[in-house]
Design a protein around this ligand. Structure first.
Ligand code: FAD
Length: 434
């Protein structure tokens, strides 16, 4: 005789690591059955990362916080490590799962993963129910009049702003009061037991107090006047709706940046080829120089251009680089060194704590001129001019290259004037010979 399994719903945390204003969780708690909160360290992803990857440590610490918060509801997080397919197979043998609630992750890998879990659940008369939580507007919700996706930022932004009031539904923590969490006490396994190691790096807390002065301060790399929301929005430790609620009352320039984040996610979703190729396919056959030694110097921050080098050192040391400096270092790699943007994109993906496929890809393609609404190929940043404008007193440079002295600095690996002409000629010839 078979034993009746407990009938439950699951809430599957992914890039929404919080209890407050969590759309899918709110829906799960309102559905009636006891809800088991679950997180899976997905081995398809973690096996490609170092054991002490700071993003794993960050996720783990956040799960610990959530577990403490769940204590009030006499509940816990079920924490698993493995491939999602294998984990769901074993959970289906353990529980009678009515529904699995989750928030949509719009990246190509996640869409594929969710399709596979959906079909597995269906074989057991269960289902995966997905909600939009990561963005204000889900891909497909902001479209042109002909129902096609926007590929230019400004009209996208205008339409997004028009629709924002109806899309912005902040629910806060109303649903938590229903306390439909499954009651169980499950102490989290330690990071080491899970097979990981604590990182020596830390994700800094975000600074919403910087939103007020953002428009004036955002372009200065030192002191850095931005909000450091990147990793928090990436992993959903804060709700985007909560941030937009503040931004819409405070600073349109800041709101604009949040809309770029949505724009690039829509682009990735509507044009998934950008993950591996140029948005403008005509650039797929570009004759990049791809000089290995120059790439290594760029990665280490030894190009002889202090603003570029300081940026790469900041990235290598902290996992963060200020946006203005990201634009300068990316432009330098693609234009001055004529190295394939995908090399730089991969390097940033490895290092950035706020790494987000859509934003990283969109911005790299913007810098290389291969993307949608990208900088035209003949616009080449001059690192010396940029430095004079944004770091005139060398505050940023000296922070990351403490012994910096203009007269004794290492020799530039390329002469910018010559490199600029070479870049323009290479792009131009490429387009002429298509
Ligand atoms: P703030 O300036 O305080 O902005 C607040 C939030 O707005 C950011 O956290 C981010 O979510 C969003 N945002 C701001 N600028 C942009 C932008 N240009 N594009 C998309 N979203 C934006 N951002 C990422 O989140 N992940 C990445 O992997 C990433 N890679 C980048 C690669 C390059 C080459 C460049 C030029 C930019 C990249 N950006 C990326 C965008 C931007 O540099 C970072 O979002 C920002 O520096 C993060 O710091 P912050 O949170 O203090 O930003």
């Amino acid at each position: 005789m078979s034993v009746a399994l407990m009938k439950v719903n699951f809430f599957w945390f992914r890039r929404d690591l919080r209890l407050n204003d969590n759309t899918g969780l709110t829906q799960a708690l309102a559905d009636g059955l006891p809800v088991i909160p679950l997180f899976i360290f997905d081995e398809n992803i973690t096996s490609r990362l170092p054991l002490d990857d700071v993003r794993i440590t960050f996720i783990y610490r956040q799960l610990k916080t959530i577990n403490l918060e769940l204590d009030i509801y006499k509940s816990s997080i079920l924490l698993k490590k493995g491939t999602p397919d294998a984990i769901w197979h074993s959970l289906l043998a353990e529980y009678d799962i009515n529904k699995v609630f989750a928030n949509t992750d719009y990246e190509p890998y996640s869409i594929k993963r969710d399709r596979s879990i959906q079909s597995l659940l269906q074989q057991h008369a269960s289902k995966l129910v997905l909600f939009n939580d990561h963005l204000i507007a889900a891909p497909g919700e902001v479209l042109k009049k002909d129902n096609k996706p926007y590929t230019v930022f400004t009209p996208f932004k205008n339409q997004w702003l028009l629709q924002m009031p109806e899309l912005l539904t902040y629910v806060g923590n109303q649903a938590l009061s229903t306390n439909n969490f499954h009651k169980f006490n499950n102490p989290l396994p330690s990071l080491n037991t899970l097979g990981f190691q604590e990182s020596h790096l830390r994700v800094e807390p975000y600074k919403t107090e910087n939103i007020a002065g953002y428009a004036n301060a955002r372009d200065n790399p030192e002191p850095d006047g931005t909000t450091r929301l990147g990793p928090h929005l990436r992993y959903g430790t804060v709700s985007i709706r909560e941030i937009v609620e503040t931004a819409k009352q405070t600073d349109p320039v800041f709101l604009n940046e949040l809309i770029w984040r949505e724009f690039f996610m829509h682009i990735l979703s509507h044009f998934p080829h950008v993950e591996h190729e140029s948005f403008q396919k005509k650039y797929n056959t570009m004759a990049w120089r791809n000089h290995q030694d120059e790439f290594a110097l760029w990665c280490r921050g030894e190009t002889g251009y202090p603003i570029v080098d300081a940026g790469m050192k900041q990235l290598n040391k902290t996992g963060y680089m200020h946006n203005r400096i990201r634009m300068i270092t990316a432009g330098f790699l693609c234009k001055d060194l004529l190295i394939d943007w995908r090399w730089g994109e991969t390097y940033f993906a490895e290092k950035l704590l706020d790494y987000e496929l859509s934003s990283n890809n969109g911005n790299w393609q913007w810098a290389s001129g291969t993307g949608c609404d990208a900088a035209p190929y003949f616009r080449v940043f001059n690192p010396a001019t940029q430095q004079k404008r944004f770091d005139p007193q060398h505050l940023y440079i000296k922070k990351w290259i403490p012994d910096y002295s203009p007269s004794r600095y290492i020799k530039p690996i390329v002469d910018h004037k010559i490199a600029r002409e070479r870049a323009i000629a290479t792009y131009k010839n490429h387009l002429l010979n298509l």
